[in-house]
Design a protein around this ligand. Structure first.
Ligand code: SF4
Length: 262
């Protein structure tokens, strides 16, 4: 049975209201019971992501977890992955790679560091390295879990705990931490001794690809270190919301080629 047959927007909204005020573990336990192996946690190894892995693994160690190895991640991310694999025995962590043909065409046409030239080129890189692998993966599940919170960024203030993801075939998207604050997440991490990304200790507050992420100064917004050279551009990569691409669809189409949906 597909997610579409299970829920419509109204039912997802009602469930979301029901879960309001409940703990993240309540959402996770319900989701695991409901979707089983057609459910997966998406992680970019931020603080909320590792807290969710810890919570979900305690409920069901066979929970599927996936992340996207963009090819430009910092070494510290791989160190954390090894730590998680040690801590959570048998953790089903899948690392997704960009499509080789698409990546080859991207780099051939625009070079490896295209993201520094314009917002459009940065979004092109994020699309090939992140959005396309995510889209391919989500075509095979009924529901996914994210660590998104309302307190993270202006574009996230309205997220609900249960949504239908119309950008990905109307599967169910669950945001169990929507209501939590950053402090609550870190309290959970400390209380449960959850491994965290080593770059937090170096002043990073949001972590992505190595060339596109830097530490932030005290008082700067949490996501200020992402694509810090851009002004008036969304601090998003297109994984969690459609982004107006500024008219480079033709170029994107040329790069994706026949492999757009493989
Ligand atoms: S964060 Fe930077 S390197 Fe990573 S996919 Fe986006 S533009 Fe490319």
């Amino acid at each position: 049975m597909t997610a579409m047959e299970l829920f419509d927007d109204l039912e997802a909204g009602e469930l979301s209201v029901e879960f309001e005020g409940q703990e993240p573990q309540d959402v996770l336990a319900w989701a695991l019971g409901h979707f089983g192996d057609t459910l997966a946690i998406s992680t970019a190894f931020q603080e909320g992501d590792v807290a969710l892995i810890d919570m979900a693994y305690a409920i069901d160690p066979s929970i599927r977890v996936f992340s996207i190895d963009t090819g430009r991640l910092p070494q510290e991310t791989f160190e954390l992955i090894e730590q998680l694999r040690e801590r959570y025995t048998g953790l089903r962590l899948e690392l997704l790679a960009p499509n080789a043909g698409q990546l080859q065409r991207l780099v051939d046409r625009h070079g490896p560091n295209l993201f520094t030239r314009s917002v459009e080129q940065r979004l092109l890189c994020c699309n090939v390295r992140k959005v396309q692998p995510l889209t391919r993966y989500l075509a095979g599940v009924d529901a996914w879990i994210t660590g998104l919170r309302r307190d993270q960024w202006a574009s996230r203030t309205d997220i609900r705990k249960v949504e239908l993801d119309h950008d990905h075939g109307a599967i169910v998207k669950l945001n169990p931490l929507a209501e939590w604050t950053e402090d609550e997440v870190w309290d959970y991490i400390r209380e449960n001794d959850v491994p965290v990304h080593p770059l937090y200790a170096k002043g990073y507050t949001s972590i992505g690809c190595a060339p596109c992420t830097r530490a932030v100064a005290v008082g700067e917004p949490k996501r200020a270190g992402r694509w810090w050279w851009e002004s008036n551009a969304p601090k998003e990569c297109g994984m969690h919301c459609s982004i107006e691409t500024g008219g480079f669809e033709h170029e994107l189409h040329a790069i994706l080629g026949d492999e757009a949906h493989d």
